[in-house]
Design a protein. Sequence first.
Length: 62
Amino acid sequence: MEKFPSYLCLTDLLDQDLSAYEYFQTLSPETQTTLRREDGCIGTLDELQARVANMQASGLVE
């Protein structure tokens, strides 16, 4: 199983991973802003998707 690289922060992830960038662009501006405030804790596309799912489940974003 191939392991994908983990980036230092969301900004690095979005700069280096086209799939993560494309996914991020589909999110609402509110969700994007919330994620950017948490910049240091998301380093993979899986982490990004999991964080969005958690935010949606807890009602933080739609």
